[in-house]
Design a protein around this ligand. Structure first.
Ligand code: ADP
Ligand code: MG
Length: 394
């Protein structure tokens, strides 16, 4: 068991908490505050125990000066102030005198939010490449470090690993909960165990496919990635998404796991991708050259249902259709309906899959929706996670 925030004496201490405030912001307005809400438990705990709370997070990617304007954490500080009912002081710097003075003046229970850690990426990617001097600098601002950003747990950045290398460190409640919930899939998951895998590209998920297939009983493939598999199986896929350089990989997987890998038997196609697209239901072999496969068809839903109904464990990553547009939502909606009616332990990982679950209002019926996309996959694959490994065991 990793040390958690509960294992530290916090009173009077400066506690740096790495949060995941990477929220969608448009024109200064936060479009989805669920990640901010998910961090409250740890922040509230630190305040209740009289800590001085210093918050760090990244937001988006910073490649130009222009990116800085769009990706300031200022709106997050305002939102947090409302949620905590306590003024959160925002410091528009990632280092410097203003920040140091503000910290020196902190009283117990005060909260400071430092500007987007990735502002440091403009000058030689210091944050994302874990520049040792940056991690050391941030560490010297506090006494204890709590990593509560599950979304970046698979990254080695200055704002996680860099600080952990220089301060006594633990995990927060959000990371603790993710580990507990996801471990049910890695430590002897209850069988039968079926995984639904979708999303646009095979290449995004190569590691996941070849690794998770060894852990599950069945892998149901949908989404854009299904078409490279279907092509590999010898079907004509018209103008659907296809990664030619991954066909051999798909063939290899199909040869190795003929009874585990389950592909669609029918698909929804259209000749254009928009809200008013005219759709067709096509069995394999019927797809015409100009048609694009954009969802799984009703017969496939029936087949997938048979693999899901009696499951004890289900993991889902990647929508099975172009769910952002109405004509191609059905497959994803129906599978959400099916998995939430089973008695299985259900876990959803992946940013878009989580969004689909909440857009279609199934979020309360799923056992666990991971806050981390790539992070949840890396955890399930059993990839080494240095920013977690660096935290001491109890
Ligand atoms: P997650 O974020 O859950 O890991 P991905 O990012 O891998 O999921 O994939 C989500 C994207 O896949 C969505 O934007 C969706 O529109 C797209 N997608 C799903 N099915 C198809 C398809 N048949 N053709 C093209 N894109 C698709
Ligand atoms: Mg995605």
């Amino acid at each position: 068991m990793k040390k958690t925030i509960k294992d530290f004496e916090l009173s009077g201490k400066k506690v740096i908490i790495r949060c995941d405030f990477n929220v969608p912001i448009e024109n200064g307005v936060i479009k989805d505050d669920s990640r901010i809400k998910a961090s409250l438990k740890t922040i509230r705990y630190a305040r209740k125990h009289n800590a001085k709370v210093i918050l760090l997070s990244h937001l988006g990617r910073i490649k130009t000066e222009e990116d800085k304007k769009k990706n300031t954490l200022k709106p997050v500080a305002e939102k947090l102030s409302v949620l905590l009912r306590k003024k959160v002081k925002f410091i528009d710097q990632t280092r410097g005198e203003k920040l140091e003075n503000a910290i020196a003046q902190m009283k117990d229970k005060d909260v400071i939010l430092i500007e987007n850690t990735r502002f440091e990426d403009l000058d030689g990617k210091k944050e994302s490449n874990n520049d040792p001097s940056l991690g050391k600098y941030w560490a010297h601002l506090g006494d204890i470090f709590i990593n509560d950003a599950f979304g970046t747990i698979h990254r080695c950045h200055a704002s996680n690993l860099g600080i952990e290398n220089n301060l006594p460190s633990g995990i927060g409640f959000l990371v603790e909960n993710e580990i507990k919930k996801l471990s049910k899939l890695t430590n002897n998951p209850k069988k039968p165990y079926t995984i639904i895998l979708g999303g646009s590209k095979v290449s995004d998920k190569i590691g996941v496919i070849s690794n998770l297939i060894t852990k599950a009983d069945y892998l149901l493939i949908g989404g854009g990635m299904a078409f490279t598999f279907l092509k590999a199986a010898g079907f004509n896929i018209g103008s659907s998404l296809c990664e030619k350089e991954k066909i051999d990989f798909c063939k290899e997987m199909l040869d190795k796991y003929p009874n585990k890998l389950i592909l669609p038997i029918d698909v929804i196609t259209a000749t254009e991708i928009n809200e008013n697209a005219k759709t067709q239901e096509r069995f394999l072999g019927e797809i015409e050259e100009e048609e694009i496969g954009l969802d799984i068809g009703p017969k496939t839903v029936e087949v997938f249902k048979q693999y899901l109904d009696d499951c004890k464990t289900i993991f889902w990553n990647g929508p099975v259709g172009y769910f952002e547009l109405k004509p191609f939502q059905n497959g994803t909606k129906q599978l959400l309906d099916i998995i939430t009616q089973t008695k299985a332990y259900t876990v959803v990982g992946g940013g878009d899959t989580a969004r689909a679950a909440s857009d279609f209002n199934y979020q309360n019926k799923i056992s666990h929706i991971s806050t981390g996309g790539g992070a949840s996959l890396a955890f399930l694959e059993g990839i080494k996670l240095p920013s977690l490994d660096a935290i001491d065991e109890k």
